[in-house]
Design a protein around this ligand. Sequence first.
Ligand code: PDD
Length: 276
Amino acid sequence: MPRLAYVSGRIMPLADARVHIEDRGHQFADAVYEVCAVLNGRLFDWPQHVARLTRNLSALGIPAPLAPAALDAQARRLVAANRATEALLYIQVSRGAGPRNHVIAPKLRPTLTMTVRPFDFAGRKTLQAKGIAVASVNDQRWGRCDIKTVGLLANVLAKAAAKAEQAAEAWLVDEAEVVAEGGSTNAWLVEHCGLVTPPLSARILPGVMRATVLRLAQGAGIAVAERHFTLTDAHAADEAFVTSTTMPVVGVVKLDGRTIGGGVPGAVTQRLGALL
Ligand code: PDD
């Protein structure tokens, strides 16, 4: 697979792809992004990713660099140029480049970059079979976690803290030990064969996979409650799992060193994975 990137209208070798040093994405994390799965060469849940990107740009007052139809065409062009079959498409839009100043200059041109990298979705099956350990970490993020910005320092540090505990994901909690979501995933429990996941709010990202799994569960007659849960609830749950584009329904078998459920991905988690 060739490694080609898209930078503001041009497709070029990844190694040559550059943005300006005074791009506001680089200087201020003044940028939003999307990560979309490419499966069998096709963009998975693409309209949902475009809708979230559009919503996030508008929430931050960043003009859309391309209309949705043009973005669609350029994304497909890049995926095709990379001859990508199983891959991740990464899209980033910053407010643009300008002399470094917190105050937003008028008439900035947003910077649109896209990359495609191979991703072993088939290999996720091994992860789905084994499950992962998670560790709880204090949520130190800002107040608009519903906007998918590249300001991911708190997420990065949380995942590093989890890794130090031999955990693959961090569950971000407040002072009352209420779980918001993972460092890069949404969080779920299974209680009495029904799903529990925190409701949408400014504290969590409205995951595309979260919505897809909610839809699948409803279609399969699995009960779903969108409500908050604590670490204590999680320890007592029958099963737990996480969802994201890159971790589509992966069981949580350990939380803070303690086994959850039977210590292996549970029946409901496996059923959802299979449905997906
Ligand atoms: N992460 N919550 C957070 C904080 C995330 O960063 C992500 C996605 C999700 C799940 O969203 P989705 O189902 O739309 O992938 C939830 C992406 C994959 C990332 O940053 O790599």
